[in-house]
Design a protein around this ligand. Structure first.
Ligand code: NAP
Length: 220
């Protein structure tokens, strides 16, 4: 295992804190990012309490992005572009994992993709070609991530245009208890992002908290 410094922008929320907990448990150094450094520090202290050691710290989003090698974005779609703009300089040359789903409330069980094709494509357009944007974890409900000891009954589709960046994210997913697949170029991000609304529909229809998906037919 190759330990990384990972900044989770919006890591004070449901999805980011769960990913942070699992990666910290696996031995990575985690920086929780927030619009407010104090809020990030409080979230980091809570995760350190769960871990029983200090593997997580909190900074504002820009400082977190500056201090890390891998950036992970976990904010609501309404905050997507503004958060990206706030870390654009710090992100240059780095892996940028976009977890954002372009949900448009209140109809979150309906697929409504942005004009660029996907949120991840918008991120690439905003950040420029030197940033290795990878899309991943859109289909992993935060509910699944909470208990860091439990493997997750849902696969991760990883899309991006940089093979090494995708391999790094697939490895990070495995270390966090998930099976992940290289699902092609960033142009394919429309599918995992759109699938989240399909899973939300399934949750509503079948009255479950977090349905998931599995890829079959490939020997892992
Ligand atoms: N929750 C899930 O089960 C799940 C599953 C898969 C994918 N996702 C996707 O992951 C992303 C994060 O989901 P989440 O449930 O973790 O969201 P969340 O808890 O509602 O928000 C995450 C963080 O985003 C920041 N934020 C919220 N509103 C903002 C605003 N208007 N401007 C700037 N920052 C704002 C907040 O951080 P600060 O206040 O600290 O800045 C917040 O703690 C979303 O795009 C979601 O679709 C979620």
């Amino acid at each position: 295992m190759n330990p990384h410094v990972i900044a989770i922008l919006g890591g004070t929320g449901h999805e980011g804190s769960g990913l942070g907990l699992r990666w910290a448990k696996a031995g990575h150094s985690i920086i929780i990012g927030s619009r407010a450094a104090q809020k990030a520090q409080a979230a980091a202290a809570e995760l350190n309490g769960k871990l029983g050691r200090d593997a997580v710290r909190g900074l504002d989003n820009a400082a977190a992005a500056q201090a890390a090698e891998i950036l992970v974005l976990t904010v609501p779609y309404g905050a997507h572009a503004a958060t990206i703009e706030s870390v654009k300089d710090a992100a240059q040359g780095k892996i940028f994992v976009d977890v954002t789903v372009p949900l448009v409330p209140p109809r979150v069980s309906r697929v409504q993709m942005p004009a660029a094709g996907s949120a991840s494509q918008e991120a690439q357009n905003l950040l420029g070609p030197a940033v290795k944007v990878v899309t991943a974890f859109q289909n992993i409900g935060a509910e699944h991530l909470k208990d860091a000891g439990q493997p997750i009954d849902c696969d991760v589709l990883v899309c991006g245009d940089d093979k090494e960046a995708k391999a790094a994210v697939i490895q990070l997913a495995a270390e966090a208890g998930m099976r992940a697949w290289d699902a092609g170029p960033l142009a394919n991000a429309v599918i995992p992002e759109g699938l989240t609304s399909v899973l939300i529909s399934l949750n509503l229809k079948y009255k479950v908290k977090a349905s998931g998906l599995r890829i079959t037919g490939i020997d892992a």
